[in-house]
Write a new protein. Structure first.
Length: 179
């Protein structure tokens, strides 16, 4: 019997080298993805031609309710969108832009004065309903932007205003009498 010591040699990269290589690969892929997403979604977002327009022009609305709309609704439901950083990176940009486009199609606070009284009344009913049912602002939006969450006071103010504004829109114009 001989006492032979067998030497084992490690061929190939060490465990540390494999982990570092994977990290470099993942980092490289992430960097390529970020750069590609900027080219897929060029900066900046399309500017609307009514940026800076007042919200709900023509409505009889108290400043406190305008403030609620400005902080909780205008980013999606007007042309005053404040695009978050992730809205410039695909695929998040696709979701954000689609959400804003749909929101503006349903209700654009920057174009309120272009709607007839009947359409305004319908939208006022819809606003009150989605706030009462806590469907707006969207829950996924509130997760990333907790400041847009409506307090109970905010909700009551907006709902009370929608009722008053609907009533005002139904009333005959001053100076007109029915025959």
């Amino acid at each position: 019997m001989s006492n032979t010591v067998t030497k084992y040699s490690v061929t190939g990269p060490s465990r540390f080298g494999r982990v570092a290589g994977k990290g470099f690969t993942v980092s490289s892929l992430l960097l390529v993805w970020l750069l590609a997403s900027v080219f897929v979604h060029p900066l900046p977002h399309d500017a609307e031609h009514r940026v800076g327009a007042e919200l709900l022009v023509g409505a009889d609305i108290p400043p406190s309710v305008v403030d609620v709309f400005a902080h909780a609704c205008a980013s999606c439901h007007s042309e005053e969108t404040r695009w978050p950083w992730y809205s410039y990176i695909a695929p998040a940009s696709w979701v954000v832009e689609t959400d804003v486009k749909r929101a503006r199609e349903r209700l654009n606070l920057s174009r309120w004065d272009g709607l007839d009284a009947a359409k305004q009344r319908l939208l006022l009913t819809a606003i009150a309903t989605v706030i009462e049912n806590r469907e707006m602002p969207l829950h996924r939006f509130v997760v990333f932007h907790p400041g847009v969450k409506l307090s109970t006071v905010d909700s009551v103010q907006v709902i009370d205003w929608t009722h008053a504004e609907r009533h005002r829109l139904r009333a005959p114009a001053p100076g007109l009498t029915e025959k």
